[in-house]
Design a binder for this molecule. Structure first.
Ligand SMILES: [Zn+2]
Length: 79
C-alpha cells in the first residue's frame, strides 16, 4: 500500500507540525516501568492510505520528528 501524499509530506517534519486532516488519533506509545512511563510518541492512523504515523516526543527515535511505521507498536486492544 502506498502512503498518500499528505502522509509522505509529514514524515521527517518536526513534531510541532500538526497531523493532516485524515489522520485518526490512535493512542500513544510509551517506554519504561509501569507508573514511570515516558511517552515517546502519539500514534496516528491514516484513514485514506492506512499508514501509521508516529509523532515522536523529545524522547522518541528520532526525537521530535514525524516517522512512518508499518503498524502500531503499542497500545493493545485497539482494532
Ligand atoms: Zn495517508
Amino acid at each position: 500500500m502506498q502512503p498518500c501524499n499528505a502522509c509522505r509530506e509529514l514524515v521527517g517534519k518536526p513534531s510541532s507540525v500538526s497531523p493532516h486532516g485524515d489522520l485518526a488519533a490512535s493512542g500513544v506509545s510509551a517506554i519504561g516501568p509501569s507508573g514511570h512511563t515516558t511517552k515517546i510518541s502519539s500514534n496516528w492512523n491514516c484513514t485514506v492510505c492506512g499508514s501509521w504515523l508516529y509523532q515522536n516526543t523529545a524522547d522518541g527515535t528520532p526525537p521530535g520528528e514525524w516517522v512512518m511505521g508499518e503498524h502500531q507498536r503499542a497500545s493493545p486492544g485497539k482494532a
